[in-house]
Design a protein around this ligand. Structure first.
Ligand code: ADP
Ligand code: MG
Length: 466
């Protein structure tokens, strides 16, 4: 088994924070200790759940960015709660430490990389869906961090946990990763992981077979219940009723529930109000489409894990052209490697562009990338692309930046949140504000419209060439 130790990176990161932050801030929030490492993760000890949540919210991103700067590796941080007075005595045996909080369940231990240790396979959990295989970006970091916290301490906070978002954004993966990790930490946990459809079929079957009591027993005796795609329960009154009672039993017993859905619970139709309010009770988080950097990182990871011979310039062209969902990114890789195997050819940029032409033109954003837009606008207005994405507020830059955002909003289907990310990590309200400004300007200056149309035309031409 490989072993990882990123302690030096951690120490250096803490060193740098201690000189960059005020002493008060540093001593208040960096009361954390290196614990151990897994392949992509540094596990650190924090004194309480509250501390962990605050730290995750405020500093996790900065710490991970710093670690990346220092190590050149995307290392995620995970927290394990070790109460200070017990830390010394407990040493690395965290399971002793948290007993008071956790009743009979074991607390988080230094989490082994799930794939590192051969183990029995859980019948319903897919071994590929682990946190180790999950790339964290701005689009999913809240959901992923909450998921890791839940896997470490199921049933204690964030119950139920509902992950919602469009198809192919990683909901199932994240939900199963919770199950996989919780099961590694504690193989005694009883975990059920089913789709809403399977739950429904199981329910119908048990009515026919007159085996309702064993159905009830099965679902109500778990430690963790994972149900995928709960939008399937719309219009299924019997299943809703049964799930409602299952929910209450598990909730009262502090058993963890995780659900995924293709929309927020509030938008589910034909769902009983009482079940909807149960879904909304815990933590509801959405997954957004990944930005370019995250898409690139996902492709790189998949290529590495599957040992595909695909060069980095190909990740770039895929990541630029497919921006809607991760499943489409994977499909592009599968197509390329199938082609390479069949034809016995290396995948070059030209081959990739040729082979993926149809895939690229079918994706929701078409071929137009934000990069094309930024490049075209920056040339037309003689400002640099970096300035368009940067923070400068001079008028000669602000106006072209607003124009670029406006065009992006018009001709792509990026959401304002995604656009904010693409434009140097701005908030979605900034994008909305920019679009309003240009709208106002269009009313005042009719000639602006033809300028915009010309820009759009040349962006489209550029996009076809790729
Ligand atoms: P959903 O359930 O939201 O439709 P899935 O969980 O099935 O999406 O994800 C689609 C595919 O994309 C899966 O193969 C999954 O492993 C992969 N995937 C999604 N998000 C990520 C990510 N952040 N890192 C790595 N792979 C991901
Ligand atoms: Mg799914």
């Amino acid at each position: 088994m490989d072993s990882w130790d990123y302690r030096v990176f951690w120490n250096e990161a803490m060193n740098q924070f201690s000189s960059e932050l005020s002493q008060q801030e540093y001593s208040m929030w960096f009361n954390i200790e290196y614990d151990s490492s897994t392949q992509d993760t540094i596990i650190v000890r924090v004194p309480s759940m509250f501390y962990r949540d605050q730290l995750a919210k405020t500093y996790q991103h900065a710490i991970e960015a710093k670690l990346f700067e220092i190590s050149g590796k995307r290392l995620a941080i995970e927290f394990v709660i070790v109460k200070p007075n017990e830390a010394a005595a407990a040493g690395r045996q965290h399971d002793k430490v948290d007993k008071a909080d956790r009743n009979d369940q074991r607390a988080a231990q230094p989490t082994p990389a799930e794939t590192a240790k051969p183990r029995e396979k859980h019948p319903q959990l897919n071994l590929q869906y682990t946190f180790d295989n999950y790339i964290i970006g701005e689009n999913n970091s809240f959901a992923a961090n909450a998921a890791m916290a839940i896997a470490a301490n199921p049933g204690t906070a964030y119950n139920p946990f509902l992950i919602y978002g469009d198809v192919g954004l990683g909901k199932t993966h994240l939900m199963q990763a919770i199950g996989n990790r919780a099961w590694v930490i504690n193989p005694k946990l009883k975990i059920i992981c089913v789709s809403a459809e399977d739950f429904t079929n199981d329910f119908i079957h048990s009515i026919h077979e007159k085996s309702m009591s064993s159905f009830k027993n099965r679902y109500r005796s778990v430690d963790i219940l994972l149900i995928d795609d709960i939008h399937f329960f719309e219009n299924k009154e019997g299943s809703q009723e049964e799930l409602f009672h299952t929910f209450n039993a598990l909730y009262d017993g502090n058993k963890q529930m995780v659900f995924t859905c293709d929309r927020p619970a509030s938008e589910l139709k034909n769902l009983s109000d009482r079940l909807r309010s149960r879904f909304e009770r815990g933590l509801n988080v959405d997954l957004q489409p990944p930005n370019y950097e995250t898409r690139y990182a996902i492709l790189k990871k998949k290529v590495e894990t599957n040992n595909l011979k695909i060069p980095p310039e190909v990740f770039d062209v895929i990541a630029r052209n497919i921006s809607t969902n991760v499943r489409d990114l994977e499909a592009a890789l599968v197509k390329l490697s199938a082609y390479a195997n069949l034809v016995g050819m290396n995948i070059t940029l030209e081959v990739a562009q040729q082979q993926l032409k149809d895939v690229f033109s079918q994706t929701r954003h078409g071929n137009v990338t934000i990069d094309h837009i930024i490049r075209t606008v920056s040339e037309a207005y003689k400002v640099s692309a970096n300035d368009l994405k940067g923070k400068k507020r001079t008028r000669s830059i602000v106006v072209p930046r607003q124009i670029a955002m406006y065009i992006a909003r018009e001709i792509t289907e990026y959401s304002t949140t995604e656009l904010g990310l693409e434009f140097g990590g701005r908030d979605h309200t900034t994008v909305m504000h920019s679009c309003q400004k240009i709208d106002e300007q269009l009313k005042l200056d009719p000639s602006l419209d033809s300028k915009l149309q010309k820009l759009i035309q040349s962006i489209r031409q550029m996009s076809i060439k790729g």
